[in-house]
Design a protein around this ligand. Structure first.
Ligand code: GUN
Length: 307
């Protein structure tokens, strides 16, 4: 990453600009895709009409186009059966123009998500959810694994911020709040691979605030709005907020709807007075997820060239 992504917040903590960081990743991906000799192909599968998923899928397609990829979207009705979805995934596995397959989650009730994810060919699994990729990451074979996009993007921000602050990841105390398969666990593996001392805390952790206060690097991935308060943060810590929570806001929109706003898992205002650097919500980790999806698709396309 070439551009400086750390900015003054006017308070104690620096702000980490995920939009600038993601633009820099996308620029590199587009450049490298142009000289690959084959168009990286990404297929995104959306089942049903969940409005949030529709927004995510649309922005994934847009990013793929902006990188010069071959991009296809399969919109399936909510009545799609598990067998029909698995059949589509198998056809995409066999399609040589497709290098990356993403099945948008959550899937409608009645479809076994794990079964569908197991059907995705590991070398096309740009989400990094297949047990083969999970296992490669867990055994330290990171260079061969396709790594889940959100923790991979968060890790890039951590590496940039650590460098900028003249700190060392090796030996640092990293605390991750949240143990999901999509963020918490892979995040732990990535930090471990860089020799951090890693703790995964969760809802059953005893005295969570004091565990969080140990962290030189605190990653919040619990999905609870503003749960992590200023006094949970060690002064000068690097704080990575993975949460995206929509909460009610004051007033009404032009069309008379109740206003809402996005907040993270960290109480940003309080954290800005204590942390060394922090990712804001929105505009922190969020934009990195899509950029890393494009980077994963490029990697999958490159791997397909040598297989
Ligand atoms: N739904 C919310 N986040 C994700 C993601 O990272 N991948 C997929 N496939 N679905 C999601």
């Amino acid at each position: 990453m070439t551009s400086n992504i750390l900015k003054s917040s006017g308070k104690q903590a620096l702000l980490i600009d995920g939009k600038v960081a993601s633009a820099s990743v996308l620029e590199r991906v587009a450049l490298e895709a142009g000289s690959l000799g084959v168009k990286p192909g990404l297929a995104v599968v959306l089942v049903g009409e969940d409005p949030a998923s529709q927004v995510y899928v649309k922005s994934k397609g847009k990013a793929a186009h902006s990188c010069g990829f071959h991009s296809v979207q399969h919109d399936l009705p909510v009545t799609t059966t598990e067998a029909e979805l698995i059949d589509l995934v198998r056809r995409l596995n066999d399609d040589p123009a497709i290098h990356g397959i993403l099945v948008q989650l959550p899937l409608p009730a009645g479809i076994d998500t794990q079964k569908v994810l197991l059907t995705v060919a590991p070398e096309k699994d740009v989400d990094g959810f297949h047990p083969i990729n999970v296992g490669l990451l867990a055994t330290g074979a990171i260079k061969r694994a396709l790594v889940p996009c959100t923790p991979a993007g968060a890790m890039l921000l951590i590496e940039e911020a650590t460098k900028f602050l003249h700190r060392d990841l090796a030996g640092a105390e990293a605390v991750i709040v949240g143990r999901s398969n999509i963020v918490g666990k892979p995040m732990a593996q990535l930090l471990l691979a860089k020799n951090a001392t890693v703790t995964i805390a969760h809802s059953r952790t005893r005295d969570l605030p004091s565990v969080a206060r140990r962290a030189d690097i605190l990653v919040a991935a619990v999905g609870r709005p503003e749960m992590i308060r200023g006094d949970w943060i060690k002064p000068g810590a690097l704080v990575i907020d993975v949460g995206i929570n929509r909460i009610p806001a004051e007033g009404l929109t032009a069309s008379g709807q109740k206003k809402t706003r996005l907040v993270g898992d960290v109480a940003l205002d309080e954290a800005l007075a204590v942390a060394g650097a922090i990712t804001p919500v929105p505009g922190g980790v969020g934009p990195m997820t899509i950029a890393l999806l494009m980077a994963n698709t490029l990697r999958a396309a490159r791997l397909a060239q040598v297989l």
